[in-house]
Design a protein around this ligand. Structure first.
Ligand SMILES: [Zn+2]
Length: 81
């Protein structure tokens, strides 16, 4: 199971969906490394329809003014404004 973000009953599973929540693709905070192994050399892993692993979810949400918590599962983020 991958990272998920729940806000007001909606679940966000991809960078593209999370970008809608935080107000644009420019506001996504990406990880500094490729989290996917194996991954074709030279292929960009910053794709909006992948899972949320390439995104620093907590930093993205915090910098957009949300409060992110997880109770129990560290990959299931619960978000409050
Ligand atoms: Zn993933």
């Amino acid at each position: 199971m991958c990272n998920s973000v729940t806000y007001e009953g909606r679940i966000y599973n991809t960078p593209g969906e999370l970008a809608e929540l935080v107000g644009g693709v420019d506001r996504l905070v990406w990880q500094s490394f490729n989290p996917f192994t194996p991954w074709p050399a030279g292929k960009d892993w910053h794709a909006l329809d992948l899972c949320l692993c390439p995104v620093n979810v907590e930093a993205t949400l915090t910098s957009a003014g949300f409060t992110a918590t997880n109770d129990g599962d560290p990959m299931e983020w619960q978000v409050q404004r």
